[in-house]
Every structure is written in C-alpha cells, then in structure tokens.
Design a protein around this ligand. Structure first.
Ligand SMILES: [Zn+2]
Length: 278
C-alpha cells in the first residue's frame, strides 16, 4: 500500500466575486451549480479554445456534500489554481465518467502536466494583465486571486519595502522572464506604487510605462466611482461598462482594491449605495 495518488489534479475555487444569473432569474453570488468559494477540480484542456471551457468536478450546491457532479464550465469563474493529488475514488470516478460522445475525458498524464496547467493559469491571470503583455488588456483578475503584483503594491501603500521572494539570478534584469517571477512581479507592483506620483523616477522603461498606465486606469476608475453612486445596475449595464471597470458587490463582502476596477455595493433595489476604486 503506497500513498501514490489515483491521478494528479488541479483544484481551484469559485471566486467570491462571481455573480451570475441563476435558476430564479436573479443574479446572486456563486454559479448555478456551485456556492461562492466552492472547491472544484479543473480537468485538462479538451477543446481548441485555449482552455477557457473545461470539465470540472465539484460538490453541487444544496446537496450537503453528497452531490459530486461533473460539468463543463467557463474557467473565468475560478481563482487560485493549484496542484493536488487525487486520492478520493469518488472524485476520480466523477472525473472519468464517459462524455456525451461515449469517450473518456483525458486526465492529466503526470504531475508535471498538472503543474504546467497551474503555472499557465497563474501567468494568464496575474502576469499578462499586470505586465501589459498583450494589446488586448483582458480581464483584471478577481479580488480573491492570489497576486504578488497586488501584494507588492499594497506593501508600498503600507510603507514596507521587504520583498518576500528570493532574488532572481537566472533571468536578465528587466526581461519579461525576470518581471514574471514572483520576486520581479512583487517588485513591479511595489515600484509602480511607490512612484505613482512621479513615474519619472523609475529608470526601467517598461516599468515606467506600466506606472503611467496604472495612473490612467486609476483616474478613470475614480471618475466612474464618483458617478456610479445612486445609479441602478440596469442603467450602468445599459452604458456598456464591462467587468474590467465595474463589479457589483452585495452585503459586507470587502474585496481587495484592483487597478482600474470600481466595486459598487448594491441595495435591495439594485441601486449603487457606495463604491471603491483601485
Ligand atoms: Zn493583481
């Protein structure tokens, strides 16, 4: 008897930010099948869409921990992907149920393949957007995504300059590979925040551009935060303001500040009562 797992898997959580239309027709936290924060197993890419739609396995809401289901979901709902061995025969069986076409879905072939999927999710969610590595700005991550750029930014706001990640020697300073490490990304968040008032003090050309870009999106978020108060969801949605600029919040949930994003708290009439902007 060994501790050898049945297979290697990737788990993630349904973001606390997720707010979707559900059976009752109203929007509420979580998804139709999963409560906010639910743990889900994310299977490998099966279709040629870059991996946005995936098979996932998790505990269906309202089943008291006995409703393990597999379904296809948009991975935009998930945060904090990480590697995890599968030891539960029930989870393993749910993953391997035949698809509609009778074929068996592919599982990760190795620990390495699962780890690569974790790394890829982290890169796409916290590197591509913060480092401006695309001409399509894409979505800012959810507030509960672990993000070392935002950690570095918040450390600068709190007056700390202690980078918790070991210095990087294997990548050339200033390269994308360097800034893409945890050490580099934390430092990038710290630098752009520390010199927010005067980006001209940043010597690195790329980082100075990022600081200027952060200033632009934050200014525009500040304006939206002021003008959104008192308006309704329907009015704001009619303006075509996307999730990258405006996210609705209910109750006492306090999301982390995100660059360029306005969080707008709603009352029972779906009217914005207060906002925060990052
Ligand atoms: Zn971040």
């Amino acid at each position: 008897m060994t501790d050898e797992p049945l297979t290697w898997g990737v788990v993630a959580n349904v973001s606390l930010d997720v707010f979707t239309h559900q059976e009752t027709g109203v929007k509420r936290p979580g998804t139709r099948h999963f409560v906010p924060g639910a743990k889900v197993w994310v299977l490998p890419v099966s279709w040629g869409d870059g991996g946005q739609q995936r098979f996932v396995v998790g505990m269906r809401r309202g089943t008291g921990g006995r409703g393990l289901i597999r379904l296809v979901m948009n991975t935009d709902f998930f945060v904090n992907h990480r590697l995890k061995p599968v030891h539960s025969p029930a989870v393993h069986a749910a993953m391997g149920q035949p698809r509609d076409d009778g074929r068996t879905p592919r599982l990760y072939e190795s620990r390495d393949e699962a780890q690569r999927s974790v790394d890829s999710a982290k890169w796409v969610r916290t590197r591509v957007n913060h480092l401006g590595l695309t001409d399509d700005p894409g979505l800012m991550h959810h507030a509960d995504e672990t993000c070392v750029f935002c950690d570095g930014r918040d450390a600068a706001r709190g007056g700390s300059d202690v980078n918790p990640y070991p210095a990087v020697t294997e990548h050339a300073a200033g390269s994308v590979d360097f800034w893409g490490t945890d050490h580099g990304l934390w430092r990038c968040g710290w630098l752009t925040e520390t010199h927010q008032r005067d980006p001209g003090r940043i010597g690195d050309l790329g980082v100075r551009h990022l600081a200027l870009q952060r200033r632009r999106v934050r200014r525009s978020a500040g304006t939206l935060a002021r003008t959104a108060v008192g308006r309704t969801v329907a009015e704001l949605e009619a303006d075509g303001i996307g999730r990258n600029r405006l996210r609705f919040v209910r109750g006492d949930y306090q999301p982390r500040l995100l660059d360029g994003v306005v969080h707008a708290w709603l009352d029972d009439e779906n009217r914005v009562v207060r906002t925060q902007s990052g």
